[in-house]
Design a protein around this ligand. Structure first.
Ligand code: HEC
Ligand code: HEC
Ligand code: HEC
Ligand code: HEC
Length: 454
């Protein structure tokens, strides 16, 4: 996903949207992490992608991660990376460089490496990822907190880092390093004597996928069929990641008397993610429950967690709920985070971005209109977090009325579902056509029959 960071239509349109909302005051903020080379080259946020350098369009590239000049743990990608014209960079990695003094038995970069190499422990630790995976607006609004959530989790205490899950052979699953594949870094025909080492995966499987057709195919020089096979594999990886993240427990009585309510309790545990579920890009990642009860003839008696004509959940963002065509889903269980902004009366409302221009007369994202370090909170906006912390459990109880005369057995089906963007968001940032490309993943599912009997 890292090579896609400065190409994603969602990113580019969102940046545009916020530039307009903030009267341009957010400056180059968004670019920092999505194209760190573009920032180091001094490209403007107003540059359209075709006018950026090739290196800037490599987004979060090998150079960004392996050749940054500083390793001081600065957050929000405030660091410089080599650009065209700089001397050959030293590449940092998990192995000792050929000229570095190394303890006996330590793995060294092979002597024939075509670049300067140096070991850093930093790169195998979470704080390396935390440079970009905590996103704080200059006014203090905490947009993304994957690193902080991890830091406060049992994984941090056990020394299990982002890399141990996200660069292991199974997407998002902790696999001890001595079980990572043992391979040479370069092909046999390039250097037959290359030593075998524990190799990491650089796929960084996440919930996102490319919205651009054939993204990366030319770079990889793949024929159509091979590229299709690769895309299918990436989709499988994405499902594996999400299915490894959570477990679901459903409790209900063995039978239900007609005329009474069927009580269904569903509990969702974040069993696999080293941070909240969901984490990351606040306000957009949806994890919700769909609960359906049908009678023996298949007639629907109850549903929660279904979507409207545009694919939106029946919450306050659904166009059909807003227009009164559909009823609001009052039982909806959805652990998505929300942006909450202050309007001009000082009360708070939900919005799709933390820019307070919408209702507030202070159009700033940058610079902060007030020092938030003194206030202790961001002056304009905040994120209402709702995610499930590592090893934590959240759930919901459904009480489904079963009318007299209902023919049993009932079919109860429950699904825990994931989606990277709500459709209404794509519409609001100006790319409604991409709504058709959104794909929901079922993380867990459960189905059973329940007799209707006294
Ligand atoms: C998002 C950051 C990131 C990007 C982008 C990235 N790497 Fe890495 N790379 C890492 C990290 C982190 C490790 C160390 C993994 C560990 O062992 O914990 C690593 C390890 C390596 C290693 C050591 C061997 C191994 O398999 O672990 C090599 C070689 C390497 N990277 C090459 C590359 C090349 C070539 C590219 C560009 C195609 C690249 N990397 C892009 C973060 C990155
Ligand atoms: C230079 C900044 C930067 C660094 C360093 C970095 N990332 Fe990322 N990462 C990003 C950006 C930006 C994206 C979003 C890419 C996109 O547009 O989908 C991303 C995406 C991801 C995703 C995919 C999420 C999705 O939306 O599907 C994962 C997983 C991930 N990063 C893990 C890591 C890990 C683990 C490390 C440390 C080894 C790391 N990243 C280091 C900037 C960075
Ligand atoms: C114990 C394994 C584990 C550890 C440790 C871990 N993750 Fe994850 N991560 C997962 C799983 C599983 C998912 C998929 C579920 C989800 O979206 O939360 C995920 C999802 C993500 C996503 C996409 C999530 C989203 O909802 O937008 C990002 C980005 C990410 N991780 C970054 C990180 C970073 C950065 C660290 C270290 C600070 C880290 N992860 C540590 C397992 C892990
Ligand atoms: C401090 C680093 C950082 C900054 C600054 C930043 N991002 Fe991101 N962005 C990330 C990371 C890391 C991810 C991946 C996290 C995840 O998967 O949830 C991401 C993911 C995204 C995504 C979802 C992935 C995709 O390809 O669609 C969008 C949209 C996005 N960012 C837009 C923005 C916008 C707009 C701004 C400016 C307001 C911005 N970003 C500023 C680091 C950053």
């Amino acid at each position: 996903m890292h090579s896609y960071a400065q190409h994603s239509p969602a990113v580019l349109h969102f940046i545009d949207f916020i530039l307009k909302q903030s009267g341009g005051t957010q400056g180059a903020f968004c670019m920092r992490c999505h194209t760190p080379i573009g920032i180091s080259e001094g490209e403007s946020v107003l540059n359209a992608n075709p006018t950026r350098s090739k290196e800037a369009l490599d987004s979060v590239s090998c150079t960004v991660c392996h050749a940054a000049y500083t390793w001081d743990g600065q957050a929000s990608a405030v660091f410089h990376v080599p650009i065209a014209g700089d001397p050959d960079p030293t590449l940092h990695g998990p192995f000792y460089g050929p000229d570095e003094p190394a303890p006996a038995g330590a793995e060294k970069v092979i002597a024939r490496v075509p670049h300067k190499a140096k070991r850093t422990t930093h790169i195998t630790e979470s704080r390396f990822c935390g440079r970009c995976h905590d996103v704080f607006l200059p006014d203090g609004t905490r947009l993304e907190e994957a690193f902080i959530e991890w830091k406060n989790s049992p994984y941090a205490r056990k020394g299990i880092h982002c890399q141990d899950c996200h660069m292991s052979p199974i997407p998002g699953k902790y696999v001890p390093r001595d079980q990572w594949p043992l391979e040479a870094i370069v092909d046999d025909d390039v250097f037959p004597e290359a030593p075998k080492r524990r190799r990491s995966s650089h796929k960084f499987t996440g919930p996102d996928y490319s919205l651009i057709p054939k993204f990366g195919q030319a770079d990889l020089e793949l024929e159509d069929d091979d590229f299709k096979a690769l895309e299918a594999q990436l989709e499988e990886d994405r499902k594996t990641l999400l299915r490894n993240a959570a477990t679901m427990r459903v409790d209900h009585p063995e039978q239900v008397p007609p005329g009474e309510r069927l009580r269904v309790r569903v509990d969702v545990t974040n069993s696999g993610a080293g941070h909240n579920l969901p984490t990351g890009f606040a306000s957009e990642r949806q994890v919700w429950l769909e609960v359906v009860v049908r009678d023996a003839a298949g007639k629907m008696l109850y549903i929660s967690g279904d979507v409207d004509r545009f694919g939106d959940l029946r919450d306050e963002n659904s166009e059909e709920v807003q227009k009164g065509i559909l009823a609001k889903d009052r039982d909806l269980f959805n652990v998505q985070a929300r942006f909450v902004i202050k309007d001009f009366r000082g009360t708070e409302v939900e919005a799709i971005s933390p820019t307070n221009r919408l209702l507030d007369n202070v159009p700033y994202v940058v610079p902060a209109p007030m020092p938030y370090s003194i206030l202790g909170v961001a002056p304009g906006a905040r994120v209402f977090k709702n995610g499930i912390p590592p090893h934590g459990t959240k759930g919901a109880t459904y009480r489904v009325p079963i009318p007299e005369g209902t023919s049993g057995p009932l079919t109860l089906s429950v699904r825990l579902r994931y989606r990277n963007f709500p459709p209404h968001l794509l519409k609001e940032i100006g790319i409604p056509d991409y709504r058709a490309k959104l794909r929901i993943v079922d993380m867990q599912s459960y189905e059973t029959k329940i007799p209707v009997a006294k």
